[in-house]
Design a protein. Structure first.
Lengths: 298, 856
């Protein structure tokens, strides 16, 4: 970017003051540091803030869709639902959470909101349902579930109706599992991550669970899948996104070259105006792809 | 042996208290006492010479029948006789119209009604209720001189009239006024009268090319006057017009043709036959009507009848009709079909029991259905790999097997071939499609010198001498199953254990120079599903084959989807070879279809059948080679010997290991022996289903193992499971597994299952799948070591996390939550922000420095 920022008029001055080797080295270091800072800042900003915007937008669209499906009685009841379809509306008053739960728990699915683990029953059905959500990035829908206390209420609305769960407790590594589920009961396990140590707020590395239970569940349809790919387990990553990432980076590179070429012909202002949105869109898209390669509960 | 069993069965039937059984069942029980029919009659023939009655022949004929009660559609029973007049002018085929040109045969018919004058007319046996498939067998219209029935001494005046039988004749008969006509109309079960004077006025089941070939026959007696046949009975399912069922009594009528007794000196009536006894009539020459089967309905012949009363069992759909409850499906092995046919009414007609339903499908599919909860239990014959997490236990319910059914005629009208012997290499040759089928396949690469069909193979000829050497497509293959089945597994493991057979399959020529079809060379055996690998399209000049090019060996093999279809194909001698060219009009395109039924006299086809079907249909079954020189058939003894080498599984709830090498080594053990197991989950089933499966296993292994043909009995082809003897271990396993299924006390242990978020699991509906252990356990994916805990029910057995069935009264010791963490997730954001800050700082400092230097 610095190179772009330099006016071409400064170029003729170069031969008048031939750069020394040291100066050239410093220039490279400076440029690299700038690039690093820009990339890291962009990534962090998108994860923490801009991602939240896109997540909100998705949620609003999903909410509309799910509302329509509920009204039309076409909302999914399992056992197999297409990936990314809304399956439930989850609200927890205590932490001010209201999110549409979608099907699938891979990194890319969780960008849009909390995801339902596909080989578990739907929330509210007899059995144990698992819902995972991001802890810090992309709106951090499940960032505060560790604050839940026993007897807190979790409300779930699905195709089969509303259901109130009562929180059993928050569970971390080493805590005993809750007691066996009583016959006919529905159980809900919220899964997210939390940090520890100095940067606790920024380092969601440990999985945390919240168990909740409703005394009587809805009937469960037969035919649940028995397993899901590793990418949909907690802290799973989607290695399949690598080719897409290569493509995005390639596009970014091509964009940079295009900007340099455009600078030869047009004024800086024109180039800025034309290319900035494209570059931002590409950067946004690239970060989304990078997110798929990162743990899904981040 | 059979008599003893039948008697035992009869007494058991009487003792079998079937609450809710229909009255038909009650009526059957007493009939069982006289299961085998035997009767002797004194038959005479007299003619008139110069106004004097002269007795020309007198014989004491004894007729026996093997079975008369609880018959099922298409079942074949043995009928034998002695003392009859030797047959002259034997026809190649005794069936239907083709058996008419014979002298002194024995006519066997199936008729509705019984021979009891006390009954009302519609329940009585009459020629009008006897089934024949052509009008030739019913109606005669000839010149007066040839109308021998009009000289019948035993007929009344009415029957001796010029027009008799159906009078007046309906106009569609087109009767000639001057001829003597006798019409024996057919009266259908619903009362419809079919005049049967032309092909068009026959009952619908007698249509040309009807679904079933003629069953009625005119069989020959040998020079000593003895003979025996297998007679196929038809129920209302196969022949609605005849209408025999569990409600409608029927009879088999055996009429040894003795000749018409004459009242006058009509030369045609007094004729004694043109053929020498024992001679054949291949040319289908005319015979003397007075001693032919043509006039079986005439009074002289009809009075000589032996009527064997028969009763039918419940139709296969009886349970659907009589019991409105929802059935509980058991899915899988077709080997059990004949037993299930007799078992199911014993369940559905008893209100205290559930409605048992056997659904045939491939073993694998049945097992999967059971695992997902779609079926209460699976019926399988081998160990299947569980895909779910619930434990599965196997309860033996029947010992049976497969056999190679065949129908082969000896050359020169010498009757059926009865002792076929096969070895593993011959089966390998048949299965690998290594016989050419026809000369069209001579150009097939790598096997051009092979015999066309099995009867031309020197190895086969050595084992089975005395058969013809006509090449046939049908004899180049054994009709087999197209889908996956434990039967194919057993068959191929029989091939796989044989050194010679495997050497052949792997490419070594047999001692006579025959080589394996290269498409199947080195095929991996055993396998559960036989693939069709050969894509050779036989070259041909024929327009039909040019228009329909298709893989030749696939057309010849043409496997089908059920063992029953194979059994019926063998029964009808109708190979499933799909190479017949046909078109309805000369302008239509050619199409390729199934070849015709084989003509009696030159039949030769093999099929893979279940032993149960083979016994029901009276199919002949090949003996299979075990050790060098020994051949064992699917007898009770052969099966029992095989069970003696079967080893129980270590866990006690898995199938017995029936190692083929051990079976062969045992010498007298039948290699096709298979045990059918009811496989069910021992955890996660609903209580109702668990009780049903458990009660089925208990009933099937006790009450269901009593030999007989009534409801709930075990038919032929199954070795009864008994508490003692070689079936003892199977019986004991069945009992313990039944208890285990009922209690649902299985423990879940599967490798992927580490810890659990603490959820007890439970099936949710009647047949709902387990929603439990597979679900939540996956929340902690890093493969942890199983956490051994003491299971909650205190059996002391260390198990992995065990979802309990019911909430325990006190708190249960639950395992700890497994740690799941990601360093990447933990450190990414701080590092990212660190880089951003450092980068920004570095840039600003450097810029500042550079600018300053640049300024200076």
């Amino acid at each position: 970017m610095t190179a772009v920022a330099q006016r071409p008029t400064t170029r003729p001055s170069a031969p008048t003051a031939p750069p020394t080797a040291a100066r050239q080295g410093l220039d490279v270091v400076s440029t690299t540091a700038t690039m690093l800072a820009l990339v890291a800042t962009w990534a962090a900003v998108q994860m923490l803030f801009l991602g939240g915007l896109s997540q909100q937008r998705e949620q609003s669209a999903l909410y509309d869709q799910f509302r329509g499906e509920l009204a039309a009685a076409t909302a999914p009841m399992g056992p197999v639902t297409p990936l990314g379809d809304p399956v439930a509306l989850l609200s927890i008053a205590h932490i001010g959470l209201e999110q549409v739960v979608i099907e699938g728990t891979a990194s890319s699915d969780l960008l849009d909101g909390p995801g339902h683990l596909r080989n578990t029953v739907l929330p509210g059905q007899v059995g144990t349902a698992v819902v995972m959500g991001r802890a810090k990035t992309y709106g951090a829908p499940f960032g505060q579930i560790a604050d839940l206390r026993p007897t807190d209420t979790i409300r779930v609305v699905t195709a089969q109706g509303p259901k109130q769960f009562s929180v059993i407790g928050v569970r971390r590594a080493g805590d005993p599992l809750p007691q066996p589920r009583p016959e006919g009961a529905a159980r809900l396990v919220l899964v997210s991550a939390e940090g520890s140590g100095r940067f606790a707020d920024l380092s969601p590395g440990e999985v945390v669970y919240v168990d909740a239970q409703a005394r009587k569940g809805f009937p469960t349809p037969a035919g649940l899948p028995t397993a899901v790919p590793d990418s949909e387990h907690p802290m799973g990553t989607e290695q399949g996104a690598l080719p897409l990432l290569a493509l995005c980076l390639g596009l970014l590179l091509a964009m940079t070259l295009a900007v340099m070429a455009a600078r030869q012909r047009w004024s800086a202002a024109t180039v800025w105006v034309i290319t900035t949105p494209v570059v931002i869109a590409l950067a946004w898209q690239t970060t989304d792809v990078v997110m798929r390669l990162l743990p899904n509960l981040l | 042996m059979r008599l003893v069993r039948v008697a035992a069965a009869a007494s058991l039937v009487a003792g079998l208290a079937l609450a809710g059984a229909t009255t038909a069942q009650g009526a059957l029980a007493p009939a069982d006492d006289a299961a085998a029919y035997t009767q002797t009659k004194h038959l005479t023939r007299s003619i008139t010479v110069d106004g004097q009655e002269v007795e020309v022949d007198a014989r004491d004929v004894t007729v026996t029948a093997s079975r008369t009660t609880d018959l099922r559609g298409r079942e074949r029973i043995d009928i034998a006789w002695t003392g009859a007049h030797p047959t002259g002018g034997r026809a190649a085929s005794p069936f239907g119209e083709q058996g008419l040109a014979q002298e002194y045969p024995v006519v066997i018919l199936q008729c509705r009604g019984t021979d009891d004058p006390a009954l009302p007319l519609e329940q009585q046996l009459r020629p009008e209720t006897c089934w024949t498939s052509t009008r030739m067998q019913r109606s005669q219209s000839v010149e007066e001189s040839s109308a021998v029935w009009r000289s019948d001494r035993h007929a009344n005046d009415y029957e001796r009239a010029q027009k008799s039988g159906l009078v007046p004749l309906p106009p569609e008969c087109g009767d000639t006024e001057t001829f003597s006509t006798r019409t024996t109309a057919f009266v259908a079960a619903n009362g419809t009268v079919y005049p049967s004077c032309t092909a068009e006025t026959m009952a619908p089941e007698a249509a040309v090319g009807a679904a079933f070939p003629p069953a009625e026959m005119a069989a020959f007696s040998d020079l000593a006057g003895a003979g025996s046949v297998k007679f196929e009975v038809r129920s209302a399912v196969e022949n609605e017009s005849l209408g025999c069922s569990d409600k409608v009594a029927c009879s088999i009528v055996v009429i040894p043709i003795e000749g018409i007794s004459c009242i006058d000196d009509n030369q045609a009536c007094s004729a004694g036959g043109q053929f020498e006894p024992g001679a054949s009539n291949f040319a289908n020459q005319g015979v003397d009507a007075a001693v032919s089967p043509l006039l079986w309905w005439s009074a002289s012949n009809w009075r000589n009848r032996f009527s064997i009363p028969i009763t039918f069992g419940l139709a296969p759909d009886a349970c659907d009709v009589l019991d409105p409850r929802a059935p509980t499906g058991f899915y899988g092995s077709e080997l059990l079909a004949q037993a299930a046919l007799q078992w199911s009414p014993a369940y559905c007609l008893n209100k205290k029991r559930f409605k048992f339903q056997h659904n045939k499908m491939s073993d694998e599919a049945g097992f999967n259905l059971m695992e997902t909860g779609g079926g209460a239990a699976a019926l399988v014959s081998g160990l299947h790999e569980p895909k779910g997490t619930d434990p599965v236990a196997y309860a033996p319910v029947a010992v049976t097997g497969f056999s190679v059914g065949y129908i082969i005629d000896r050359p020169d009208n010498a009757g059926e071939f009865t002792d076929l012997r096969l070895n593993a290499r011959l089966l390998a040759k048949l299965m690998t499609q290594s016989y050419l089928g026809s000369e069209r396949a001579r150009t097939h690469e790598g096997m051009g010198a092979n015999p066309v069909s099995i009867n031309l193979d020197p190895e086969f000829q050595h084992l089975n001498p005395g058969l013809d050497a006509i090449g046939r497509e049908a004899a180049a293959t054994v009709l087999s199953l197209s889908e996956s089945s434990d039967v194919i597994t057993t068959l191929t493991s029989y091939i796989a254990q044989d050194e010679d057979a495997m050497a052949f399959v792997n490419g070594k020529r047999d001692p006579w120079g025959m080589s394996v079809n290269p498409s199947y060379e080195k095929i991996k055996l055993p396998t559960a599903e036989w693939p069709l690998l050969d894509d050779f399209v036989a070259p041909s000049e024929q327009e039909c084959y040019l228009q329909n090019p298709s893989p030749y060996f696939t057309q010849v093999a043409a496997p089908v989807s059920s063992l029953r279809k194979i059994a019926e194909a063998v029964l009808d001698a109708w190979p499933n070879v799909q190479t017949k060219c046909e078109r309805s009009l000369a302008t239509d395109p050619w199409k390729i279809g199934r070849i015709d039924r084989q003509g009696v006299g030159t039949r030769m086809m093999l099929g893979l059948v279940s032993v149960g079907d083979a016994r029901r249909f009276g199919l002949r079954e090949a003996e299979l080679a075990t050790r060098r020189g020994t051949f064992v058939g699917p007898t009770d003894g052969g099966m029992a010997a095989a069970l003696r080498v079967a080893e129980p599984s270590k866990s006690g709830d898995e199938p017995f290991a029936l190692d083929m090498a051990d079976v062969i080594k045992a010498e007298n053990a039948y290699p096709g022996t298979m045990v059918v197991y009811a496989a069910a989950r021992t955890h996660g089933m609903s209580k109702a289903d668990a009780e049903k499966v458990s009660s089925f296993v208990k009933l099937a292994t006790t009450e269901g193992q009593r030999f007989g043909y009534g409801n709930g009995d075990l038919p032929e082809g199954f070795l009864p499971l008994k508490a003692a003897g070689s079936t003892g271990p199977l019986f004991r396993q069945a009992q313990s597994v039944a208890t285990s299924i009922e209690k649902q006390d299985g423990t879940v242990d599967d490798g992927s299952d580490g810890t659990d978020t603490g959820d007890g699991t439970e099936t949710t509906g009647e047949t709902g799948p387990p929603t439990g252990p597979g679900s939540v356990t996956n929340v902690e994916p890093p493969e942890p070591e199983p956490v051994p805990t003491v299971d909650a029910e205190g059996t002391g057995k260390p198990t992995k996390v065990k979802p309990t069935k019911t909430p325990e009264p006190g708190p249960v010791a639950m395992p700890d939550t497994e740690p799941v963490s990601s360093a990447l997730a933990g450190e990414l954001l701080p590092v990212l922000l660190g880089i951003a800050v450092l980068g920004a700082l570095a840039t600003s400092l450097l810029r500042l420095g550079l600018n300053r230097r640049g300024l200076s």
